[in-house]
Design a protein around this ligand. Sequence first.
Ligand SMILES: [Zn+2]
Ligand SMILES: [Zn+2]
Length: 178
Amino acid sequence: MGAVGDAVLRIIAANLQAIFHLAVDLLPARATPEFAFSELRRQYHAALILNRLGSSRRKQQRLLAVVNVDLFIPILTHVLGEAQMGGRAAVVSLHRLRERRDGGRVPLETFYDRAIKVAVHEVAHTFDLVHCKDRDCVMMLSTTPPDLDELPMFFCRYCKAFLAESYRRYGVWTVEKP
Ligand SMILES: [Zn+2]
Ligand SMILES: [Zn+2]
């Protein structure tokens, strides 16, 4: 939604496909989600984007929006991503993913890694995965972009098993066994 680089979309899609073992389609670009803009906060309300996305008539079982604008939910100053737990929709914001703790910008490669991690994390929420305490797991909660750099792109053993169980429950057809 809105102006998002083609390269980052393709990188996110390829990695989601590899990590979730699910077929991923890149859908046509959509306009910046102005319907979710809050005049008060000068940010975009993540839940409104999820509602709109979740009611899409597209055939895909899960829909992930990638936006460049800054997202919030009412109780937080911002979110890097948001998802419907056990639902259909997830959203990732690239807006803050270039930030370094000292205010500078990270290399493109780090930016891509962060985008993949947020995407994997949010899509996993749609399969009912909750936050994980394992520092070696992508389901650990990150609040700032540099936190993401400490995390792997993958699930710990426990979360991986939970995902496989969710696939069985939802009757998800995988490209290969997760
Ligand atoms: Zn989360
Ligand atoms: Zn985990």
